[in-house]
Write a protein that binds this ligand. Sequence first.
Ligand code: ADP
Ligand code: DAR
Length: 372
Amino acid sequence: MAKACHQCEKKCGKHAGGVSPDVLKKLEEGFAKLQGSDAKSLLKKYLTRSIFDRLKNKRTTFGSTLLDCIQSGVENLDSGIGIYAPDAEAYDVFAELFDPVIEDYHIGFTKTSKHPQSDWGNVNSLVNVDPTGDFVVSTRVRCGRSLQGYPFNPCLTEDQYKEMEKSVSSALTGLKGQFEGKFYPLTGMNKQDQQQLIDDHFLFKEGDRFLQAANACRFWPTGRGIFHNSSKTFLVWCNEEDHLRIISMQMGGDLGEVYRRLVEGVSEIEKSLKFSRSDRLGYLTFCPTNLGTTIRASVHIKVPKLAKNYAGLEEVAGKYNLQVRGTHGEHSAAEDGVYDISNKRRMGLTEYEAVKEMQDGILEIIKVESSM
Ligand code: ADP
Ligand code: DAR
């Protein structure tokens, strides 16, 4: 399915205020494909005919249309969510679709809810979830940030990618102490080095079909890169899915130490870069699943008894609002019994509460595994 040509819409201006017949035709085709499929995505669940009809003629000031929001979920019927926001305005212009998806995923964040102010809490109160090292291989906490003044991937120009890479790499290479490190542009990166970083879980995978279909990979690899300190315990992804992914990670289960490093690292970066934050939605991101705190705290964990029944593992995890992914992250399978288990909720609670919910859930999962 061809991509929405919102850039043409914006440039030609033929359809100022409306949407071109070509995009409308693609929208109708996409809606029919979704309705005729057995897709289980939140897109299919919430894009009713009446909402579709009310949104199909709308555009943001960046020229983004409903097609820009839904095309990934139409092209990938196995999507879990199926929609992305091509620019920050899309969350308001297409709110009739985004709001029910957000409420469903973030478990009760309704259209009248307001995300709380940032609160990293008492950074010394989180623990090592596996001090004896029997279960947890490694621990990672990440957050996403969008740079003020820039839209999301589908609306960025090649020059904007270059501008963003320059300002992000300049801010990061100015970091000192435990954060001191180097920025590695993807452009020109040795393919073997790149694959090794991906295999070692430090770098984002390339060619995610969901992001490709969402027009999020244009001009690749321009503007994309990774920063990391010498020990690879503090990393920043530039222009993968979000403008920045700020990551703290290390071997073992010391969630407290990983969390403290992230909090300090974000605070240092905020001295040089300004981020987009909505009063209602919190920190803004390309995918609605990452809004609010944008925090994902995860362990790579081996729970062989629980994992004998994957559905059972997911059920136990779900009781604590946790999500189970494979060893290489979302849309991957577990290798050698290593699962990525993390908090699911990121909105309607503070950064501390999101990570505490993960900590409590992981402690419970280890307790259940140990009792079996
Ligand atoms: P995100 O949404 O945080 O980008 P992904 O599911 O795409 O997460 O995973 C990104 C990378 O981070 C993958 O290589 C994944 O294996 C790695 N990862 C996630 N959690 C951990 C962890 N606790 N320890 C080591 N690597 C991890
Ligand atoms: N692959 C899309 C997005 C799901 C959430 N993960 C993100 N944003 N990386 C889907 O709908 O399955």
